[in-house]
Design a protein around this ligand. Structure first.
Ligand code: GDP
Length: 344
């Protein structure tokens, strides 16, 4: 409950700041293009706002940012709680900033839609990266639906790119559909794993193995090294059983110690190799266009659905038909047809 209230206070505070400051699209755009972090923060708050007066502005801002966006590598990172995601992002992100890169860390956290408090992409989880001038960390937006979180995150990517962030890390804990959603907005998808006791493949969702461009076994340190080697072999073997991916990339299995900053450079080099391969075979651009098209079509579906259910005649007829379906007076299909056709 306390967490819920805190988050609410935080959002209200952000909106208040937004109201006080210059909210013109031009002002925000100028700030963004200069790489001003506070302008970026305000721009994200604007697109996260559900106020009707903010919607038009945020749409204009995103449209104007598009020509400055796209110049980045978008990396999805997933793994169960405790696998070391935040420790990894802290280490990986710091490595990148040392190479002179600007890193943005975003999160897609479906639980935030229920608790209004996010457990991911939290600044307190990545203390040193949060203080780094070249890094920008934003917790998962709160929304009533995963669709809402998705849309806001996708638009946030565009804002971050316009602000000059050339590496975007998107973290998710992989509850429900969130892995698929993150996969649909990134170039490279990384699955963090732990070495178990020889039963690595148990409990791992098939879909997620197929989505992964790399599996990285974390906590490769201390007494764990032998287990990590075994896990690496097992995952490599399992990956070989999958058909080749359309991106022409053979998924790799690496290991690292996020805690001791070991193996981090090799992971970045692998991602660079991936980018090179997929740019050469044109998959990189093709995939992004495909993602945009899907994003557009999904939004059309969502909006149609929203409009449909908001209609008062539809609401009434739905209320009448539901008990009839329940009592088997009409078939579900006939009832659906009746409902849809009533609007024509
Ligand atoms: P998350 O829930 O996936 O974000 O996991 P955290 O990054 O919070 O890490 C969970 C725990 O594992 C913490 O106690 C970390 O210190 C520890 N941890 C993370 N990475 C490593 C690692 O590479 N080696 C070891 N030994 N511990 C690690």
């Amino acid at each position: 409950m306390k967490k819920e209230e805190n988050k609410k206070d935080f959002t209200t505070k952000r909106l208040k700041t937004l109201r006080k400051k210059d909210l013109s699209v031009q002002g925000l755009l100028d700030g963004l293009l200069k790489g001003d972090k506070s302008a970026l923060g305000q721009a994200i708050t604007l697109i996260e706002s559900t106020k009707v007066s903010h919607l038009k502005k945020s749409e204009e801002l995103i449209t104007r940012c598009l020509r400055y966006a796209g110049n980045s590598v978008r990396i999805g990172i997933t793994g169960v709680p405790g696998v070391g995601k935040s420790t990894f992002i802290e280490s990986f992100g710091s490595h990148l900033t040392k190479l002179g890169k600007k890193v943005a860390v975003l999160a897609v956290d479906p639980s935030s839609s229920f608790t209004k408090g996010s457990i991911l992409g939290d600044k307190t989880r990545m203390e040193s990266l949060a203080k780094n001038a070249s890094a920008f960390i934003r917790p998962s937006p709160a929304s009533d639906s995963l669709g809402g979180v998705t849309r806001k995150t996708r638009e946030t990517i565009i804002l971050c790119e316009a602000a000059g962030y050339e590496t975007i890390l998107i973290e998710t804990v992989g509850v429900g559909q969130s892995e698929t959603v993150v996969h649909s907005m990134v170039d490279f998808f990384l699955l963090l794993k732990l070495a178990g006791a020889g039963d690595e493949l148990q409990g791992i969702k098939r879909g997620i193995m197929e989505m992964a461009d790399a599996i990285v076994i974390n906590k490769a340190d201390g007494n764990n090294l032998k287990n990590v080697k075994l896990a690496q072999t097992e995952f490599s073997r399992a990956l070989h059983l999958y058909p080749p991916k359309p991106n022409g990339w053979a998924p790799q299995v690496l290991s690292c110690s996020a805690l001791e900053n070991k193996g981090i450079e090799a992971i970045w080099n692998m991602i660079l190799e991936f980018v090179k391969t997929t740019q050469q075979n044109s998959y990189f651009e093709k995939n992004r266009s495909e993602q945009n098209k899907n994003w557009f079509l999904q939004t059309v579906e969502q909006l149609l659905k929203q409009q449909f259910y908001q209609d008062s005649d539809t609401k009434q007829l739905l209320k009448k038909l539901l008990p009839e379906v329940e009592l088997n007076k009409i078939s579900p299909f006939a009832a659906a047809n009746k409902l849809i056709n009533a609007r024509k």
